[in-house]
Design a binder for this molecule. Structure first.
Ligand code: HEM
Length: 364
């Protein structure tokens, strides 16, 4: 663990055991104070991530059934079609940038489908989402604020549309949130908008940068590429290992509600603690030879890529299937692919690729 004076001072937990224990102990470690380091607070609270149980629970309960294994599996044909269309355009050009041409579009299109958005709203979301991503990546505070406000507007429009004409709660996240009653009362309007705004961002960036990271890794490892192309049953394990190795979110934060002692050091109440999931996932005490890609890890369930405890990613099933389908389709698009330029990594706080130029190889 470490302490830094940057950004007003924060603690960082890097070991797997510490990160997993703190993420699971929601009574002691709150997310409602500060969920990321450094704190970015342009807009209001965004459930479920910004609330602690029990306040957190109704939002999570409304979203979870819409992201169940059954619901997610039903999205697979749509995902495949979206991937194939995007990749066909790249193949026709002999290659392209996996991030700009494929992975930055696919999650938005899938997500738009899941959220029952109109084509116009999906286009708007794609544009605003991209502006937000670029602003965050270039550390441009003013542009991040503007793009964040625009995303709020998208969320507000979705909520207003569903309020005017609700869809079935079993098929629509916004309608499900609007239908929730706690002690007979609906959820506060601004927190419903905040939830939609939260979901609009968390579900889009991670799949995009991981697909880029997988493409770069495989372009540099043709033997692994062939192995996965020849045996698609290996893809789920490969995706889990990619997620461990290239954990896209470096970490989220918690705040201890009382003084706590970790590894002999006292963390005073109220000080932010970054949970460095990406570091925990390369902890040599848990993962042998942690910097290598291995398909035969005996303990992949220890991976913290989707977090732990009550805030563990509610969209994990959707994110994971998006990665499996994207990888499957990328491998099917051509007999092979190689790097056609220098890839560009993402900046803090994400890990992955922002640009991954590739060239497809033709059949011999
Ligand atoms: C590769 C894909 C993804 C990764 C790696 C990922 C990772 C994570 C992580 C690490 C957390 C825990 C945050 C914390 O501990 O404070 C989280 C929470 C969350 N994720 Fe994901 N995520 C992914 C995709 C998605 C998708 C597709 C959705 C879409 C619905 C989604 C929705 C959420 C939500 C709503 C939360 C907050 C849950 C809560 O507070 O109860 N994520 N995600």
């Amino acid at each position: 663990m470490a302490h830094s004076d940057a950004w007003g001072g924060f603690w960082a937990l890097m070991k797997h055991a510490d990160v997993a224990a703190v993420a699971a102990d929601w009574q002691t470690y709150l997310t409602s104070q500060q969920n990321v380091v450094p704190k970015v607070a342009f807009t209001g609270r965004r459930p479920p991530l910004h609330l602690d149980p029990p306040e957190h629970t109704p939002y999570r309960r409304a979203l979870a059934p819409l992201l169940s294994d059954r619901r997610v599996a039903a999205l697979e044909p749509v995902m495949r079609r979206i991937c194939r269309d995007l990749l066909a355009a790249m193949v026709a050009r002999g290659g392209g940038d996996v991030c700009a041409d494929f992975s930055s579009h696919m999650p938005v299109a899938v997500f738009g489908h899941w959220m029952n958005l109109s084509e116009l709203a999906v286009d708007q979301l794609a544009q605003v989402g991209q502006r937000y991503n670029i602003a965050v990546q270039s550390n441009d505070i003013e542009q991040t604020r503007i793009a964040s406000a625009a995303l709020y507007e998208v969320a507000q429009n979705v909520v207003a549309a569903r309020r005017a004409s609700p869809l079935a709660v079993e098929t629509d996240a916004t309608s499900a949130l609007l239908a929730v009653r706690v002690d007979g009362a609906p959820l506060p309007d601004e927190l419903i908008v905040g939830t939609i705004r939260q979901v609009l961002v968390v579900g889009l960036i991670a799949p995009s940068v991981v697909i880029g990271a997988m493409a770069v890794h495989l372009a540099r490892d043709p033997a692994l590429q062939t192995k996965l192309r020849d045996d698609r049953t290996l893809l789920p394990a490969a995706v889990d290992e990619f997620l461990r190795l290239y954990t896209p979110y470096r970490g989220f934060a918690r705040t201890a509600e009382r003084d706590v002692c970790i590894r002999g050091r006292t963390i005073p109440a109220g000080e932010p603690i970054a949970l460095v999931y990406a570091s925990a996932n390369r902890d040599e005490d848990v993962f042998e030879d942690p910097d290598s890609f291995r398909l035969d890890r005996p303990n992949m369930t220890a991976s913290l890529a989707f977090g732990r405890g009550p805030h563990m990613c509610v969209g994990a099933g959707l994110g994971r299937l998006e990665l499996i389908v994207a990888l499957d389709e990328l491998l099917s698009a051509a007999p092979g692919f190689v790097l056609a330029g220098e890839p560009m990594p993402t900046r803090f706080p994400e890990i992955g690729a922002l640009s991954a130029p590739i060239r497809f190889e033709q059949a011999a």
